[in-house]
Ligand binder design. Structure first.
Ligand SMILES: [Zn+2]
Length: 394
């Protein structure tokens, strides 16, 4: 059945593509200017930090709430990302993660699949983690969310629905990622993890005991988003990041590490400014460590951004900040960069899907290698066409 569909889909997509391209030409749609892949400074390692739900005013609100300064404010290069998905101006975290991991806009709720092929019969867009594994790099996915949460899943699986927790767990336990760390997920078992060569980790001390060369799957029972450890068994996000970098940094091929601060979003859904601010402070602490590492290392690109804004935070007349909703908004989010002068112009606005493209190019990959699969140019141009339409741009 799948083979029949594959044979059937390609010519259909090819025809649709040429029709769409003709219509596009008719209305004078032009390709947005894109920098060539080889114009990017080359780096060896990438630390990609995603503050889920973190809009620009989350930073201001957190500084007010906790009376702190932020490492994020010290980046010399800062841009903006437009966060929409293929189906809505307001993205969810699954489509948001797909955009940030695969360089492809998909429907809200979908993970690592093309809009026209959500059951991935024909093909999947490759995510950065898979791309880096193919190159022989070490890879890691670290989150304060469950390991089957939308953002870590965007960097590790392909499935049509973020609620396919069993499928997500199965794909992750069968993956070649070196470390997948976060909160518990119902379908992840010690037995299955060990079968696939992962050391199964449940506590802070087990995490700290991991040695270079090992692959590990961590399932922490308690919250990792707070600034202090909630108990002796549970690490904080910055402790996880420090250990993860230490484990991945043992190869000449370099590493790719995605770190998510998921609770900026979670607490913003509940409009809990105090908790959001603490989660953001811990995320910032994590960024500070990544930056410190990158400055010493000299070959590491640090990119900080968000998948979308949550809570519609506004600045009030009296200079205070407040939430206006309990859901996501279409607001642009910040992009902070260290380690490359060519990644983004200071003040430049990019589409979310351009961020992983630029990460791939900074790692020396070509336009053919990312984001589109080369075996079917029709598939590539169709998705390229869909995700470059003006109505999808903002
Ligand atoms: Zn959310």
């Amino acid at each position: 059945m799948i083979f029949m569909l594959r044979g059937f889909l390609a010519p259909v997509i090819a025809t649709l593509t040429s029709i769409f391209l003709s219509i596009s030409a008719l209305f004078g749609a032009t390709e947005a200017p894109v920098r060539t892949p080889d114009s990017f400074e080359n780096v060896k390692n990438v630390i990609y930090l995603i503050g889920d739900g973190m809009g620009p005013l989350h930073l201001e609100m957190a500084k007010d709430e906790r009376d702190i300064t932020l490492t994020m404010d010290t980046f010399e290069i800062e841009g903006c990302s437009q966060t929409r998905s293929a189906s809505s101006s307001v993205t969810d975290s699954a489509a948001g993660a797909t955009a940030l991991a695969c360089g492809v806009r998909t429907f809200n709720g979908a993970l690592g699949v093309y809009t026209y092929d959500i059951l991935h019969v024909e093909s999947n867009p490759k995510n950065l983690t898979e791309l880096c594994i193919e190159k022989g790099m070490k890879t890691g996915v670290v989150t304060t969310d469950s390991t089957s949460g939308a953002t870590p899943s965007g960097f590790s699986v392909h499935t049509d629905n973020r609620n396919n927790t069993k499928d997500i767990g199965k794909q992750q336990m069968n993956s070649d990622i070196d470390l997948i760390w976060g909160g518990t997920s119902d379908y992840v078992t010690q037995e299955k993890c060990e079968e696939n060569g992962f050391t199964f980790v449940k506590t802070y001390s087990e995490m700290m005991a991991l040695e270079e060369g090992s692959r590990s799957f961590a399932q922490f029972d308690n919250s990792t988003w707070t600034t202090e450890q909630v108990d002796a068994d549970t690490p904080t996000l910055s402790q996880m990041a420090e250990k993860a970098i230490d484990l991945l940094d043992d190869t000449d091929e370099g590493f790719f590490l995605m770190i998510e601060g998921a609770h900026i979003d979670k607490h913003s859904h509940n409009n809990e400014a105090e908790k959001m601010a603490e989660a953001l402070e811990e995320f910032d602490e994590t960024i500070a460590y990544a930056l410190e590492y990158a400055k010493l290392d000299g070959e590491t690109l640090v990119v900080v951004t968000a998948d979308h804004e949550t809570g519609g935070i506004v600045l009030n007349d009296d200079g205070t900040y407040s939430y206006t909703k309990g859901s996501h908004s279409a607001a642009d989010v910040p992009v902070f960069v260290y380690g490359s002068e060519t990644f983004i112009e200071n003040g430049e606005t990019v589409k979310n899907i351009q961020i992983p493209e630029r990460i791939a190019y900074s790692l020396g990959f070509t336009a053919e290698e990312f984001p589109y699969e080369v075996f079917n140019p029709w598939v590539s141009s169709f998705n390229d066409f869909i995700s470059n339409q003006d109505f999808l741009k903002k």
